[in-house]
Design a protein around this ligand. Sequence first.
Ligand code: PNS
Length: 158
Amino acid sequence: MKAVYPGSFDPITYGHIDLVERSSRIFDEVIVLVMENVNKRHFFNHEERMRMVRHAVSEFSNVSITTHSGLLVDFARANNVKVVIRGLRAVSDFELELQMAHANKSMLPELETLFLMTETNNSFISSSMVREIATFGGDISKWVPSCVREEFRKKFVR
Ligand code: PNS
């Protein structure tokens, strides 16, 4: 059975990578889907986010990376995917995630959303926190792999 793990990954963090690893042990195939979140202004462009994700999850043999610019349900329908994976860090994540899961299910009833709780160590990591710390020159090595740190370095070199 295959599952899709969608996100904007701006940038990918160890929290996301942990979810990819754990879902790759549950499903035969996991598709990491790099998408646009229309409610966010992305810091990294699409190509940069794809490049970081590709590097960060390259060690998992049953994980592939792709992109889709429309609705998640259209991707799921076209690729015969029946499970969406999303991570929950805290209760504060739940409301929006519940809305998205219901919206997706009402558009495509056979699509199930499976929530995985992030590991305790990763429960406070967010891409926005990483962006803020990196922007002010802080050390982000505990939260993101070297390919992400390299993309930040490229951005800040003038
Ligand atoms: O990592 P993010 O930003 O929380 O990911 C959110 C994402 C990209 C998965 C979500 O915005 C999404 O599914 N976008 C595609 C458009 C869509 O299908 N929207 C319907 C769900 S409300």
